[in-house]
Design a protein around this ligand. Structure first.
Ligand code: GDP
Ligand code: MG
Length: 158
């Protein structure tokens, strides 16, 4: 019991990037996580600074596209969310699809809504450790809500 409850508390950071916001895809992207059975525990719209983006994408610092990535990600508001649920990190990566939308199958967010790697609509943490770091970077603890979703005894095994 403890174990499945703890697994059900796994969290990940999902962000609708500026292209997704401009193209009015926020609702459809949120809908996919809701309908899968995950629980929204934090949400905000922000104009991201290069400072927070440099930290968020720190591992890509040496890539040739790093500066253009920061320009893209700060070109307009982003919608940053924390989603919670069983296996949510891995499941979200599958729902989002490969980094390059050309490789992302139809049915994934990137496969359905994007064509180029530089405008791929959505971010999802790639590991539980990465998720923890990203959540701490973007959210203060008080802005993440612990709440009981009325259908959770039917969406997770307890
Ligand atoms: P993700 O975890 O699937 O988002 O992929 P990465 O962590 O490898 O890269 C972060 C983001 O950098 C991607 O989502 C893209 O927006 C961008 N990116 C990755 N590779 C490329 C590239 O080759 N060219 C450009 N322009 N952007 C890239
Ligand atoms: Mg990544």
């Amino acid at each position: 019991l403890m174990n499945s409850l703890q697994n059900a508390r796994e969290r990940t950071l999902i962000a609708v990037k500026p292209d997704g916001v401009q193209r009015r895809l926020v609702g459809q992207i949120i809908q996919r996580f809701e309908q899968r059975g995950f629980k929204l525990v934090g949400l905000k719209m922000v104009q991201a600074s290069h400072g927070i983006l440099s930290e968020h994408y720190g591992e890509l610092r040496t890539k040739p596209f790093f500066q253009s990535l920061l320009t893209y990600m700060s070109s307009g508001p982003v919608v940053v969310m924390v989603w919670e649920g069983h296996n949510v990190v891995q499941a979200s990566r599958k729902m989002v699809g490969q980094t390059n939308p050309a490789e992302a199958p139809a049915g994934t967010i990137r496969g359905d809504f994007s064509v180029h790697v530089s405008r791929n609509v959505v971010h999802a943490s790639d590991s539980q450790e990465g998720a923890q770091k990203e959540i701490q970077l973007w959210f203060q603890g008080k802005d993440l809500l612990d709440w009981d979703c009325c259908d959770q005894i039917y969406t997770i095994e307890v």
